[in-house]
Design a protein around this ligand. Structure first.
Ligand code: GLY
Ligand code: MN
Length: 459
């Protein structure tokens, strides 16, 4: 946990910005895999973690602004819990570490919330993404699970985003540590991968490094020779000479902060010249998007900069024709670059995504629904303290080629005949994590191999 004053200040800031009402923050329950006592790896809800810092199951936090009370509701471990899990710090002890000196049995939450409702206090809550939390909210407030998102407090979301989006120095230190371990995970994969191994064996090495660092994964590992499948979690293929291997994996440290990096390397010792050409194109797009970053400049500009480089590169290969600005504006570029250039990162790898991308990444303004642009999670102007990823990629997706060709879509821009020879090329993505400072964007963590020379040197 951070020092006690961090949590006190965060809750104080939230109270000052909301001014009235009761903020109800539900922590997570254990989530059973196949029976109650066999749960998934426990992960606390990030909002609860941000304001209370306690990573124990079955807790709820109340920030009662009208009555100036911070309360943690939760039951102390029974002797049965202690027999099976050993003596652990009590909820009272943990609550005190986050500056909460009022902790009560969980059963009292119901009466507390119902009294507040009777007194016409406004109950602020965030959109919920776990069934158990939705049922709990229904029992406490009568709000049906299907209505939770619509009835969530936009005022609360905006107030939380205004705090969480600006990472403090102590948070950046945590994120940087998570990124450092993430770099180790990627370098380990580059070192061990050999023709004849399975994707799963490489993924296991990535996971090993995360576990050995005393944390875990910040999201399920992508370790694949089919990098064109953007979120590919299948690890059953055997890797062979000539394949490209894409890793997208991140570390989550003990405080819950995330790293998120992607790398692409040849399964052979070196890239083929065609692989090198496309790889360098993704690096050019990467560097162009970093060069487009600045304080007060919309992140959308970084995406457009990357899209332009991809369009120019593909035009130089004869796969695109026409005017670059038109290829980018119409969305034709998304034949090769279907995802967004980056997203916020912090306690979540897609930081605060549960609050809604429009609030987190677009300042509440509507998002494009156009293929390609709709996958851009962050578009708003960046400010010092924003932590985000840069991850443009190039992907040859046979199904997309066939679909658009069949529809004659963008036939004025795309040379479909020539494109056929790239059907089995796959996909390439590199990703880095950055923080915006008053002096410009800075890459976080230790250096990850990026150039073809740096990657080949490890292979
Ligand atoms: N690294 C996975 C993602 O950004 O969606
Ligand atoms: Mn990412």
């Amino acid at each position: 946990m951070f020092k006690t004053t961090t949590y006190i200040e965060r809750r104080k800031g939230l109270k000052e910005s909301l001014k009235s009402g009761l903020v109800l923050l539900l922590g997570h329950e254990e989530a059973p895999m196949n029976y109650k006592d066999n749960p998934y790896h426990f992960r606390q809800d990030s909002t609860f973690l941000y304001y209370f810092g306690i990573s124990n199951a079955s807790l709820a936090g109340v920030i009662d602004i009208d009555n100036d009370k911070d309360i943690i509701f939760g039951d102390e471990n029974s002797i049965d819990d202690i027999v099976f899990m050993g003596p652990l710090p009590t909820i009272k002890e943990r609550a005190e570490l986050c500056g909460v000196f009022d902790n009560r049995p969980y059963a009292e939450l119901d009466t507390y919330v119902k009294n507040a409702i009777n007194k016409k206090q406004h109950i602020h809550f965030i959109p919920l993404y776990r069934g158990e939390s939705k049922i709990e909210l229904m029992e406490l407030t009568g709000i049906m699970p299907r209505d939770v998102d619509a009835k969530a407090s936009i005022e609360l979301l905006n107030a939380i985003i205004k705090q969480r989006e600006y990472k403090t120095d102590e948070e950046i230190e945590q994120i940087e540590q998570a990124v450092d371990v993430t770099v180790d995970m990627h370098v380990a994969a580059m070192r061990v991968a050999r023709p004849g191994m399975t994707e799963a064996e490489v993924a296991a090495e990535v996971h090993r490094v995360a576990l050995a660092a005393n944390g875990n994964l910040s999201f399920p590992i992508i370790a694949t020779i089919n990098g064109q499948v953007l979120h590919n979690h299948y690890h059953g293929n055997t890797i062979k000479e000539g394949d490209l291997f894409l890793i997208d994996a991140g570390y989550e440290n003990e405080m819950g902060y995330a790293g998120d990096l992607s790398s692409t390397f040849p399964v052979s010792k070196t890239f083929t010249s065609q692989q090198k050409d496309i790889y360098n194109m993704t690096l050019d797009a990467h560097n162009a998007s970093i060069n487009a970053l600045g304080v007060g400049i919309p992140f959308r500009n970084a995406h457009i900069a990357a899209a332009k480089v991809v369009a120019e590169g593909m035009k130089s290969l004869g796969l695109f024709k026409g005017i670059i600005d038109d290829i980018v504006e119409t969305g034709a570029y998304a034949m090769f670059f279907q995802c967004g250039t980056g997203h916020m990162m912090g306690l979540d790898i897609h930081d605060m995504e549960n609050y809604g991308e429009v609030y987190v990444g677009y300042d509440g303004k509507p998002k494009s629904t156009m293929f390609g642009y709709k996958s851009l999670r962050l578009a708003k102007p960046l400010q010092p303290g924003h932590v985000f990823t840069i991850e443009p990629g190039i992907y040859f997706i046979p199904e997309l080629m066939d679909l658009w060709k069949g529809e004659n879509r963008f036939k004025e821009f795309i040379n479909y005949d020539k494109l056929q020879s790239y059907r089995t090329f796959g996909g390439i993505r590199n990703e880095e994590d950055l923080v915006m400072t008053k002096d410009g964007a800075k890459i976080l963590g230790k250096k990850k191999p990026m150039t073809t020379e740096e990657v080949e040197a490890i292979r």
